[in-house]
Design a protein around this ligand. Structure first.
Ligand code: NAI
Ligand code: MG
Length: 379
């Protein structure tokens, strides 16, 4: 029987609530599909920081390195200055573990309400690959004459050929397994240095994937193409900053922050990958049981797919789709079930083992499992 060692960082606010729900689903999947998990809960986040002053530490890095994956809730609290946890912990982990591929499905599941009138699941089935370690998020820059009318702020964006190649190659391979279309999103008409390096890299790698059709869209144009004609896209690859922004737009289209899932993949097999819903700690609804845990549950399914438990992952996805379609609203008291209740319902459906209605379209679970296998990231 396979054992997967998973470090669990619940964090703050609704983080622990949605993670508890996901862990119930994970336990159901493990007992139904015949694997075991060894879970270690790691204290971290705003509360931990306020108590101990600790963010990302050397000891934590060494400890986490021994795990197969990290399941993450969310971090943030009004009592901690914005940026402290983002840069001091989340970005630190992505960089230390070289989680270069931020894998963000934008998939509208059946029965999920989207704010885009007339949009149907068959038209909204894409993956955004965001470069996760470079660009404007490297934390380089300086300010002079702070607090004076002559203040000058310089914020650098670092783009390396090797860093771009890593995500572009992954994106081509993913597109090759999917519908064979890759779109680069950038702003190369204005940010010409970085934009040209991205475009040149895409052009060079494209010759190895003749079956993949390559496209380019400016990031501003993406803000109307994505909501209005998502069917135009299969795999989208973009830099750290643009990816951060357009993935939130993608989340809105697929039903909101509560349902959007993500993976932060180390594609070299040198450190664990991390799986998280894309929302934050939502202090406005923390403690009320109103948070939708499905983003975290689907991230857990992605984690299992990555670890080689494809059948369990597919069952979690199908069970989640079933429960999602039955919810009268996607969050708040109108959801009709608490956060824990949604987790329980999905766990029960997983235990029952179906039969599930097939999840339409391209399966990101299959995609992730196959990509991990092809890179020998699991046995
Ligand atoms: P947020 O994602 O926490 O919340 C935005 C809005 O969406 C809120 O109205 C919230 O109630 C709602 N929402 C979020 N997740 C939901 C869910 N699962 N179910 C139902 N409704 C949900 O973003 P916000 O308010 O900008 O940030 C709050 C804190 O979270 C800040 O400290 C921020 O720095 C942090 N944050 C952390 C992230 C992470 O840990 N990866 C990512 C984004 C923000
Ligand atoms: Mg964001």
């Amino acid at each position: 029987m396979n054992t997967h060692r998973i470090a669990v960082i619940s964090g703050d606010g609704i983080g622990p609530e949605v993670v508890e729900a996901a862990l119930e689903v994970l336990a159901a999947a493990a007992s139904t599909y015949g694997f075991t998990t060894e879970l270690q809960k790691i204290p971290a986040g705003a509360q931990h920081y306020l108590r101990t002053g600790e963010l990302w530490t050397r000891e934590l890095e060494e400890n986490l390195r021994t795990y197969d994956a990290v399941l993450f809730g969310a971090m943030g609290d009004p009592a901690v200055k914005p940026g402290v946890l983002e840069r001091g912990f989340i970005l630190a982990m992505r960089q230390a573990f070289q989680q270069a591929v931020n894998f963000r499905p934008v998939k509208l599941y059946p029965g999920v309400a989207t704010p885009i009138a007339g949009l149907t699941p068959d038209r909204c089935d894409l993956v955004i690959i965001r470069e996760n370690t470079e660009g404007a998020y490297v934390g380089r820059g300086s300010t002079v004459h702070t607090g004076t009318p002559h203040a000058v702020a310089v914020q650098e964006s670092i783009n390396t050929r090797a860093g771009i190649e890593r995500v572009v190659d992954y994106s081509f391979r993913l597109a090759q397994r999917r519908r064979g279309r890759l779109t680069l999103v950038h702003k190369k008409n204005i940010l010409i240095e970085a934009g040209n390096l991205w475009q040149d890299t895409v052009n060079d790698i494209a010759s190895q994937y003749p079956a993949v059709e390559v496209d380019y869209v400016h990031v501003d144009a993406m803000c109307f193409h994505l909501p209005l004609t998502p069917e135009r896209f299969d795999v989208v690859v973009t830099d750290n900053l643009f990816g951060d922004i357009i993935t939130d737009l993608g989340a809105v289209i697929q039903g909101g922050l509560g349902v959007a899932a993500s993976a932060n993949l180390n594609v070299d097999g040198t450190a664990p990958s991390m799986f998280e819903a894309i929302h934050g700690s939502a202090p406005d609804i923390a403690g009320k049981g109103w948070a939708n845990p499905t983003g975290t549950v689907l991230s857990t399914a992605m984690c299992l797919a990555h670890l080689g438990e494809k059948d369990a992952a597919l069952a979690i996805e199908a069970a989640t789709v079933e429960v999602l379609a039955s919810l009268p609203a996607l969050s708040g008291p109108a959801m009709g079930m608490s956060t824990a209740g949604v987790g329980r319902a999905i766990a029960e459906a997983v235990r029952k083992g179906g039969p599930f209605s097939p999840v339409p379209g391209q399966s990101v679970i299959e995609d992730l499992a196959k990509m991990a296998t092809s890179m020998a990231l699991h046995n």
